[in-house]
Design a protein around this ligand. Structure first.
Ligand code: SF4
Ligand code: SF4
Length: 510
């Protein structure tokens, strides 16, 4: 028997729909103010707190200790996955990777931006393997230092890897196989190591890693950023240690100059610049969430496709956990004569989902172009509005993962006592039911948070549409808010689809 999580009740959904209607009316009737200033607040300038932040930023041992802890857990996952029980809910490899890390990662972005990348064990291990230094700069750095060829210096590889990872996760079902989980984790280390050994700096983090790119783009919505404390100091800086590194600190792994940084997308929060800057001019600061998606992030064709893919795959994740998904797949399999594990049917479903979202978005972009009369080329408008996908994907991603995190993390403490799950039996239906009933957050609280997330996601999406819409206004003086209607239809349609998914019962992962 399959256990399911209950869907969002109708009354919560009506609140979301009511808010969406009001937001759309408001956008269509209210002129968009031109942005004048974004207020930010550097953590080092906060009284009492600031001094501790300075110590934290300058102290490399805190980061190294965290990396060691994460590498320890990573090695445990590998050992447990390769040599432990194949029962997924009893093996720490699957529980830690999928129930805790994969579900919780997106929440870390919500609070800490790209902080995960700073302690990522794939990156740490590849660094140790290639550079053979625990933390100091390695000279020579044992890499071929080849410049990433132009055809590869974009995020298309990350998008393809993201699709492949989704295929492995949901199609092949590695989430229920500790062995496959360990194998894929090792594969990530191999890829990161190969990239570091061949290419300059950390091309893997910048161009290839699907997790890093997902975190990077979602970080555009994060309420924190790593930036110069004083912009003028950076403007007058001649050494650019943040970019080049110094005798003991590595350069910025993703080719960023702190003084020119306008978006979080490629910052891995590695802390190199905070430690190498001779003026101690780099620190975390608070900012209004989503300010990058609204204003400062620059549109790029490959990045916009990654964001569209992210939106499509997030919805696809939800779709495959609906009770009717298997029935759909069986019907498709019968139609195309697919037998066995239904992987061809799943693959068709996966690509169909991406295609449908891409076609709907492209069509609405073209409609926007036509009715606004803008002279912007299709590709440029496509990239400009693609930021709207971020809050839509992120809010549903959080709402969906909240179910996994709260409802499926009950009782996972037991795997820490017996990580390899030696001499354990699968969870009985009674145990599953008991876990289901002893969540550490009440059901109504989960529904309330999911409702709030959907409302905030839609609100940020309409703000992105308004502010990015100003780009059309500058090239068409007759511009009026109603010309943004196709984009509003897109945001409302996607939110409606996500809402419908949330209202369905969802199959428990394990
Ligand atoms: S962060 Fe430091 S090293 Fe980099 S440009 Fe600014 S002042 Fe110079
Ligand atoms: S060096 Fe600084 S700007 Fe570059 S990735 Fe690391 S933390 Fe981000």
């Amino acid at each position: 028997m399959t256990m399911t999580h209950p869907g969002l009740p109708e009354y919560w959904s009506l609140i979301i729909i009511g808010f969406m209607l009001m937001a759309v009316i408001w956008v269509l009737t209210t002129p968009t103010p031109v942005r004048t200033h974004t207020s930010v607040s550097s953590l080092v300038n906060i009284s009492f707190f600031g001094k501790s932040v300075r110590i934290l930023i300058a102290n490399r041992w805190i980061l190294i200790s965290l990396k060691l802890v994460l590498v320890g857990f990573f090695l445990l996952i590998i050992i447990a996955g390769l040599f432990g029980t194949p029962i997924p809910e009893r093996n720490i490899a699957t529980v830690l990777t999928w129930n805790l890390w994969w579900s919780g990662l997106v929440f870390s972005v919500f609070l800490l931006g790209s902080a995960w990348c700073a302690v990522c064990p794939w990156d740490t291990l590849s660094q140790w393997l290639v550079r053979r230094k625990l933390w100091r700069r390695a000279e020579p750095n044992n890499s071929l230092n080849i410049k990433v060829p132009k055809w590869l210096a974009n995020v298309w590889p990350a998008l393809f890897m993201f699709i492949a990872l989704t295929w492995l996760e949901l199609g092949v079902g590695i989430t229920t196989s500790p062995y496959a989980t360990a194998a894929v984790s090792l594969l990530m280390v191999v890829l990161a190591t190969a990239s570091l050994a061949v290419f300059k700096r950390k091309a893997f983090c910048r161009y290839f890693c699907p997790v890093g790119r997902t975190i990077g783009y979602y970080s555009q919505l994060a309420p924190i950023e790593l930036r110069p404390i004083d912009n003028e100091t950076c403007e007058n800086c001649k050494t650019l240690d943040c970019y080049h590194g110094n005798n003991s600190i590595e350069p910025c792994p993703t080719w960023l100059v702190m003084g020119r940084l306008t978006q979080n997308s490629y910052c891995t929060s590695c802390g190199n610049c905070t430690q190498s800057c001779p003026h101690e001019n780099v620190a975390w600061r608070f900012r209004p969430p989503s300010t990058e998606a609204l204003h400062s992030a620059r549109p790029h064709w490959d990045e916009s496709w990654f964001m569209i893919g992210l939106l499509a795959l997030t919805g696809f994740h939800g779709l495959t956990m609906m009770p009717f998904w298997e029935m759909w797949m069986s019907q498709l399999a019968q139609t195309i004569g697919d037998s066995g594990r239904l992987l061809p049917s799943f693959t068709i479903g996966l690509f169909a989902c991406i295609l449908v979202i891409a076609v709907i978005y492209s069509t609405l972009i073209e409609v926007t172009r036509k009715i606004s009369g803008t002279d912007m080329a299709f590709k440029r408008l496509f990239s400009t509005f693609s930021f709207v996908t971020l809050p839509l994907a992120f809010s549903y991603h959080l709402a969906h993962n909240l179910n996994h995190l709260i409802r499926e993390s009950v009782g996972i403490g037991s795997v820490f006592l017996n990580p390899l799950g030696i001499s354990t039996a699968p969870l009985s239906m009674m145990e599953k039911y008991e876990r289901h009933m002893t969540m550490w957050l009440s059901q109504d609280s989960i529904f309330a948070i999911q409702t709030a997330l959907m409302i905030i996601g839609f609100w940020i999406a309409v703000q992105v549409i308004r502010h990015r819409g100003l780009n059309i206004a500058t090239s068409n003086s007759n511009f009026a808010a109603f010309k943004l209607t196709p984009m509003l239809v897109f945001a409302a349609g996607i939110t409606g689809f996500h809402l419908w998914l949330l209202m369905q019962p969802m199959i428990m992962r394990m």
